[in-house]
Design a protein around this ligand. Sequence first.
Ligand code: SAM
Length: 236
Amino acid sequence: MDSNGTFYGIGVGPGDPSLLTVKAIDALKKIDVLVAPKTEKKSDSVALRIAEPYLKPDVEIIFQTFPMVKDFAAEKKIFEANKDEILNFLRGGKNVGFATLGDPMFFSTYIYVFRLLEPCGVKIVTIPGVPAFLAIAAKIGRPLAYGNDILTIIPATASLDDVKNFLAKADATVLMKVYKNFPEIVDALKIHGLADEAILVSRCGLDDEKIIPDISAHKDEPLNYLSTILTRRNHE
Ligand SMILES: C[S@@+](CC[C@H](N)C(=O)[O-])C[C@H]1O[C@@H](n2cnc3c(N)ncnc32)[C@H](O)[C@@H]1O
């Protein structure tokens, strides 16, 4: 019998506390240790807050620093140390959870941890969560793609040239991580005829959620890190 603990990557959805799956809640109830990522993003605590009501009272919460990955080789030492800490808990028979906003396999720090742990022979269970862009589509009543639509998902943190190239061809579009270069993104959407149909949602499902249909009018306002734009070419 395997006396090691299990590592759970748990998607907790984008914010609305009722958007956790039954499987996510079951896993949160089971874990002995919860890894809470600490990056430069202020939103890190959101996944922890969503997970908290389900945790065992004596759960151990450990904070691990995950630098924003620009150069994985340069940051490898920090990631390796995090992996070793998790492995120690697992080999000591503890179940360890890593709660992720939205879905763990979609633009998430969890992916780096998962990749490091995968070759270590420990049991890993990844539990999908509702990704933010799907919760947003439901909230604003905007079907994302239908028929033969091709859905394009663009991280606004990619190079502006890449963003523009994809927008030139895009129909139904999701722009993630819209915060640093919002004015440039609005301009690019305008050039490619995608600004009028665009809706920006910040902190979907959280108490301070914002829905902004007229993005051009808000172009110069600072945005929260948890901001996503949905748009589509108006061809009807
Ligand atoms: C690191 S990615 C995490 C994506 C997440 N794993 C998911 O499945 O949605 C962070 C980006 O997800 C989007 N996001 C996550 N939660 C959000 C929310 N509650 N409201 C709006 N956008 C959100 C934003 O585009 C944000 O910049």
